[in-house]
Design a binder for this molecule. Structure first.
Ligand SMILES: NC(=O)C1=CN([C@@H]2O[C@H](COP(=O)(O)OP(=O)(O)OC[C@H]3O[C@@H](n4cnc5c(N)ncnc54)[C@H](OP(=O)(O)O)[C@@H]3O)[C@@H](O)[C@H]2O)C=CC1
Ligand SMILES: O=C(CO)[C@H](O)[C@H](O)COP(=O)(O)O
Ligand SMILES: [Zn+2]
Length: 341
């Protein structure tokens, strides 16, 4: 079957390429409908990766946050027209120890393998998951990012000590907001404090117990554990600040992506017995967890709808480029394309 794949070929330039695809019995065909842009997509689109990485990974279809409708399922596990979230990570084997999103020879769509900017997506059965009909589609489009939050909070719960008093989140943007929205499901008794750089963004976190501008944190304030959700150059400052505002033996979850290594004050990490744990991407189990939480808790669903930013129908490559440009300058929320190419 001939399929149009819309690949980024160079900075800010997409091309439609025709691929002849063969459906295997263990695969399903999905028509993408709502596609949500991640900061990782923006780094490729704007060329904010090393030339070596760009040479290695491009041309490549972007987008790893998307929902779609089932077109054909040879195993009839899904009916045509059903709405599904597509899981971007495709592991080639299982491990009793390593979670599927950390296995080495993974294929992660839009990171070396074609993402969801396609006419049709051919996926393994276990890489799609049903989305309840009452989920707002622009919010459901970023189920993957919500599943990343489930993975991070699950990892924190696995690693932290018995002190559950105060959970601190550094980062007042998309990832920080998602994790803050999920935190009460994981730590209902804990106090939630958000640390950000913009008061107008912190104002969205009205459900948190406290918020602070990072330029104005009381020196004596200490959190039990923290999640760093900043990335880029901000993460070095954030991690340094967390180390200075965390209790002994606290756990720091690292989620922000930086192009260059960051410096960490290891002397204080040792002195305070801190644990740093990386958390990246997510597994099918995290998608199931995210959907279960949202299906049961419409308040969290509504809260996450506050994260819907720019939305637009796109029916040409030109409109995709202009939407990426618009998203890159948007001050709040997730940009979501209604895919009509
Ligand atoms: N680990 C994973 O699996 C995933 C990682 N990510 C990564 O997470 C990072 C954040 O993504 P996203 O939330 O979408 O980005 P956003 O830009 O929406 O949010 C980041 C926010 O953190 C603020 N910030 C920067 N420095 C600090 C600091 N020192 N203390 C507190 N806040 C700070 C930023 O302010 P300002 O804009 O002024 O810098 C911005 O408002 C990115 O690097 C992204 O690639 C995203 C998805 C999954
Ligand atoms: O956004 C993410 C997951 O949702 C990851 O940070 C992203 O997949 C990292 O990929 P790359 O190394 O290609 O930037
Ligand atoms: Zn992402």
């Amino acid at each position: 079957m001939l399929n149009q794949v819309y690949r980024l070929v160079s900075t800010r330039q997409f091309e439609s390429q025709t691929i002849d695809e063969n459906l295997t019995s263990n695969e399903i065909i999905v028509r993408p409908t709502y596609l949500s842009i991640c900061k990782a997509d923006q780094r490729y689109f704007s060329g904010n990766r090393s030339q070596a990485v760009l040479n290695k990974k491009l041309p490549m279809a972007l987008i790893h946050e998307a929902i779609g409708t089932v077109v054909y399922d040879p195993q009839n596990k899904f009916s045509a027209g059903e709405t599904v979230a597509m899981i971007p990570n495709t592991p080639s084997h299982q491990s009793p120890i390593v979670k599927e999103n950390y296995l080495t020879n993974n294929h992660f769509r839009s990171s070396g393998y074609d993402g969801f900017m396609q006419e049709y997506v051919f996926l393994r059965h276990d890489r799609v998951i049903k989305i309840p009909q009452d989920f707002e589609p622009n919010m459901a489009a970023f189920t993957e990012m919500i599943s990343v939050g489930v993975q991070a909070l699950t990892n924190l719960k696995e690693t932290m000590d018995a002190d559950q008093d105060i959970i601190g989140i550094w980062g007042d943007g998309n990832l920080g907001y998602i994790i803050a929205s999920l935190a009460k499901s994981f730590f209902p008794e804990s106090k939630l404090i958000i640390f950000g750089r913009h008061q107008y963004k912190l104002d969205y976190f009205s459900f948190a117990d406290e918020t602070y501008l990072v330029s104005d944190i009381p020196p004596e304030l200490k959190v039990s554990h923290a999640l760093e959700c900043t990335g880029g150059s901000g993460s070095q400052i954030a991690v340094d600040q967390i180390i200075n505002h965390i209790r002994p033996m606290g756990t720091i979850m690292l989620l922000g992506v930086s192009e260059n290594p960051i410096e960490i004050n290891t002397r204080l990490v040792l002195e305070r017995g801190l644990t740093l744990r990386g958390s990246s991407r997510s597994s099918r189990e995290d998608f199931e967890g995210a959907i279960n939480i949202l299906a049961k808790d419409c308040k969290t669903r509504e809260r996450l709808c506050n994260l819907i930013g720019e939305t637009q129908k796109v029916s040409s490559i030109k409109e995709v480029v202009s939407f990426f440009e618009k998203d890159s300058t948007s001050s709040w929320g997730k940009g979501v394309m209604r895919w009509e190419i």
